[in-house]
Write a protein that binds this ligand. Structure first.
Ligand code: ZN
Ligand code: ZN
Length: 356
């Protein structure tokens, strides 16, 4: 029996007038089949769903990829594909044009005789944009782990530690508690470095009066969390304290008013307008948020330029910030699910101003 995700792919194939889709993205492969191996190809036709992989996975793949015909491919993947496509009389083959390299495309074009290769950009990604209950349950676990990590770090951080020592402790904590890895390079930006929106942890020593921005997440069972908190180590300057309160007000306004039917642009304005009202609009140079799932950045976008319409089941971040070069910065980020009426939070760490 075909799984719901495969049924959705078939609907999209019909809409795009394709006979079959070749999936080369490893994330889309895992999403559709549940197969966690490092190598494989998925071929979906109107009638059949195949997972092609090599001999190393011939025990694991059939166990994980329920509902798929698992095919062992030899040195030439094209040859196996050719046979399967011919058997299904499929000639119009969609491929993942955002994923397949130019050289791999040329190879398929040369080797798949009688098959027309048609770019099918974002086909599976558009299905992934709405999370089902099973996915939301895993994402809640990934978010809970990020929350527990933050609470652990409140006990750990003290003046004299380097940003790297803080980052390593965080990553160790997440791994010990079930994460496959961090979902991206942990950002620890302290003191004047907190003005860098993407300040990956450095050798800088954290001092008293510093703001420390931690932007991190756990990759758990294939899904990401992504949270940011800024805390003070010792009493900060009045200016830093002021921008903290503004970013918090903006973030809370975003969470309070975000909901289905809104465009990404309207969602972005919920935080941006508050920051601009206080005169810091120029110091908030990135977008309000992004979709989150198996990848840390996916559709939809919550930005000034986004026409994406928010729908129930989408998971997005809300992460306004203010960055003052040479002084410091603040960002506060949570992960939320869009519901029928508004949002439900996934990350729930405290964000009242904290001095360690
Ligand atoms: Zn983040
Ligand atoms: Zn983010």
């Amino acid at each position: 029996m075909a799984n719901k995700r495969v049924i959705k792919v078939r609907e999209a194939l019909q809409q795009r007038n394709l006979d079959a889709l070749l999936i080369t993205s490893s994330i889309n492969r895992r999403y559709l089949t549940g197969f966690t191996g490092s190598s494989g190809y998925v071929l979906i036709t109107a009638e059949k769903a195949y997972l092609l992989t090599d001999f190393r996975y011939m025990t694991q793949a059939p166990q994980q990829a329920v509902g798929f015909d698992v095919v062992e491919h030899g040195p030439s993947v094209s040859q196996s594909l050719q046979e399967l496509l011919q058997a299904q009389k499929a000639t119009r083959l969609g491929f993942e044009s955002d994923n397949l390299s130019f050289s791999a495309y040329n190879k398929y074009a040369e080797e798949l005789a009688g098959v027309q290769l048609i770019p099918a950009s974002g086909l599976v990604e558009q299905i992934r944009i709405i999370k089902d209950d099973e996915e939301l349950a895993v994402m809640k676990e990934a978010a809970d782990l990020a929350d527990r990590t933050f609470m652990h770090m409140l006990e750990f951080i003290k003046p004299g530690l380097t940003e790297l020592e803080v980052a390593i402790e965080m990553e160790f904590f997440m791994r010990k508690n079930g994460a496959t890895s961090s979902s991206f390079d942990t950002i620890i930006a302290s003191g004047e470095r907190s003005a860098l929106p993407h300040g990956v942890a450095s050798e800088r020593v954290i001092g008293s009066g510093d703001f420390v921005t931690m932007d991190f997440g756990a990759l758990l069972n294939g899904y990401c969390s992504d949270i940011t908190r800024t805390v003070a180590v010792g009493k900060p300057s009045d200016q830093l304290r002021e921008i903290y309160d503004i970013v918090l007000e903006a973030q809370l306004n975003g969470l309070a008013k975000l909901g289905p039917g809104m465009t990404g642009r309207e969602a972005d304005a919920l935080t941006r307008d508050i920051i601009a009202k206080y005169g810091y609009g120029e110091q908030f140079g990135h977008s309000t948020g992004h979709g989150l799932g198996m990848e840390v950045h996916e559709a939809p976008r919550l930005s000034k330029l986004s026409d994406d319409i928010l729908k129930p089941g989408m998971v997005v971040t809300v992460e306004p910030g203010i960055y003052l070069p040479g002084v410091g910065g603040v960002r506060i980020e949570d992960d939320v699910v869009i519901t029928e009426t508004g949002i439900r939070r996934l990350t729930e760490s405290p964000k009242d101003f904290i001095i360690l």
